[in-house]
Design a protein around this ligand. Structure first.
Ligand SMILES: Cc1cc2nc3c(=O)[nH]c(=O)nc-3n(C[C@H](O)[C@H](O)[C@H](O)COP(=O)(O)OP(=O)(O)OC[C@H]3O[C@@H](n4cnc5c(N)ncnc54)[C@H](O)[C@@H]3O)c2cc1C
Length: 464
């Protein structure tokens, strides 16, 4: 029997961060990875958000020398596809004046390949003193009187520790064997197919400039994301398991077969490198995150962001928190579920806790908008394009065009208004719940009304 203070299953971002933190706190720590090296089994790449740099000093050591796939950009693009399958318009955005974290003004996401990022992070844990055992599949948990006591690998080797951290990703053996969760509900887990394209770095730079990512919005497929790396890019889309009516690839192929997309592939000299499909939890709120002697972190605990499923930051943050809570519990001699509930107390106080405060509203609006394309994008795209692009028609006098555009927009109101009432208002109310009293102060609003009414323009006589 091998005895440790802390055992971690999985060497993804959550597991490596947990291992690093635990080793730094002086715990005898081992982390297991089924892949030959960390990052081998994951989706090939991802975009890292600025919160990681804000939270973790080690991120400042991540450089293109250590991670050659790295590409940062200051611009993101939203493409809007009309019912004819054409790009009806796009909006390019850059960080705005209200961005408060300074580095986030210089780049939106830092895009990296997981085959480079995960080993880099795991090495930090090893350097801190944690033992990494790769090519080792953990198949079961050791339990005693309802307490998790250790793990069993596929060769039958047993490893014991007072606390086990499940950092084993979306299909978590630790969650299942500990009894914390049998399986995800169909509306808690998404399947995400994606193409990984190779493209020459100079072509990407010349054509995309400093664009780092794009989202393609359409009634014909769930919102599809594009992420640019140093020598290639991803095109993928996802939806909850209960929302697919066809093979997800059918929808992804619709994206890459758009006329505009084919042109993009041609000028970028892009070649498909790999087709991948992964699952990703997407919840309104994480639940059952800990038990006697066990904590679930990262995807295993259901922590990706409820709006756009950013998962690396929550994984690293919950990994680090779990190890601190485990260290305290081990030193106090109490690793019960009650003692480990400090894990929930702690993550709820962080920036991911704040995101999940509005988790239900964020989840619902995402589900209703990009993930229900036929219901909502059929009106959202033309409505939006009417506002953005309508004025470019010079075939009529401008006042007449404005009346035509307004009339068209009005025709979408029977579908748009119920949507706004059902999804947008609850979200806005949640986000501003602490300010609602001030904003809706009747005593302050009442005197403003007569002045506003006064400002309504009166009909003037026609010019002579
Ligand atoms: C297609 C796709 C694109 C994404 N894009 C982004 C993005 O751009 N930005 C972002 O922030 N997030 C993104 N995510 C989410 C992000 O990838 C995850 O949230 C993140 O990887 C979670 O980290 P983790 O350490 O919890 O789990 P994982 O990264 O899944 O790591 C779990 C590790 O445990 C190992 N393991 C599993 N079971 C066992 C076992 N029984 N024994 C031993 N080892 C085991 C696995 O091999 C793996 O290495 C994306 C997800 C997908 C699917």
């Amino acid at each position: 029997m091998n005895q440790y203070d802390l055992i971690i299953v999985g060497a993804g971002p959550a597991g490596s961060m947990a291992a690093k933190t635990a080793a730094e706190l002086g715990l005898k720590t081992i982390f297991f990875e089924r892949g030959r090296k960390p990052g081998e089994k994951n989706s090939s790449g991802c975009g890292l958000g600025p919160r990681l740099w804000r939270e973790f000093d080690i991120m400042k050591e991540l450089t293109p020398e250590k991670c050659p796939s790295m590409r940062a950009g200051t611009a993101a693009r939203n493409y809007f596809i009309n019912k004819e399958g054409e790009v009806a318009g796009y909006i390019m955005t850059r960080p705005t004046e209200s961005v408060s974290y300074k580095p986030a003004r210089d780049w939106i996401t830092m895009n990296v390949y997981r085959s480079e990022f995960d080993p880099w992070l795991a090495q930090h844990a090893v350097d801190a003193g944690a033992e990494l055992k790769s090519s080792t599949l953990i198949v079961d948990l050791l339990k005693e009187n309802g307490h998790v006591k250790g793990v069993v690998d596929e060769k039958g080797n047993k490893h014991e520790a007072p606390v086990v951290i499940g950092a084993d990703g979306v299909i978590s053996m630790v969650a299942k064997q500990s009894g914390l969760r049998t399986k995800w509900e169909l509306d808690q887990i998404t399947v995400v197919p994606q193409y990984d394209f190779y493209a020459p770095p100079d072509k990407i730079d010349d054509i995309m400039g400093d664009e780092t990512l794009a989202v393609w919005w359409s009634a014909q497929f769930p919102a599809s994301y594009q992420v640019f790396f140093h020598d290639g890019f991803h095109q993928g889309l996802g939806n909850w398991l209960n929302k697919w009516d066809k093979n997800p690839l059918f929808y992804l192929n619709r994206v890459i077969n758009l006329k505009y997309y084919k042109r993009l592939l041609k000028i970028l000299e892009a070649k498909p490198r790999e087709l991948q499909s992964h699952c990703l939890p997407w919840l309104k709120y994480p639940y059952n995150t800990h038990g006697n002697g066990v904590i679930l972190v990262g995807d295993a605990g259901g922590f990706p962001c409820p709006l756009e499923a950013e998962g690396i930051y929550p994984a690293m943050l919950t990994g680090s928190i779990a190890s601190k809570v485990a260290a305290d519990a081990i030193s106090s001699g109490d690793v019960s579920k009650k003692a480990l509930s400090k894990f929930d107390d702690a993550w709820k106080k962080t920036s991911i806790g704040e995101d999940f405060e509005a988790g239900e509203e964020l989840y619902e609006i995402w589900k209703a908008l990009p993930f229900s394309p036929e219901e909502t994008m059929t009106w959202f795209v033309p409505l939006f394009m009417e506002i953005m692009g309508g004025i470019y028609d010079w075939s009529e006098p401008h006042p007449k065009r404005v009346r035509q555009i307004a009339s068209k927009i009005k025709s979408y109101m029977p579908v748009a208004l119920p949507f706004i009432m059902k999804y947008v208002f609850p979200l806005v109310a949640k986000i501003f719940e602490n300010d609602l009293d001030k904003m809706m102060d009747g005593a302050k609003l009442a005197p403003m009304l007569p002045r506003l009414i006064e400002m309504i323009p009166k009909k003037r006589k026609r010019r002579k």
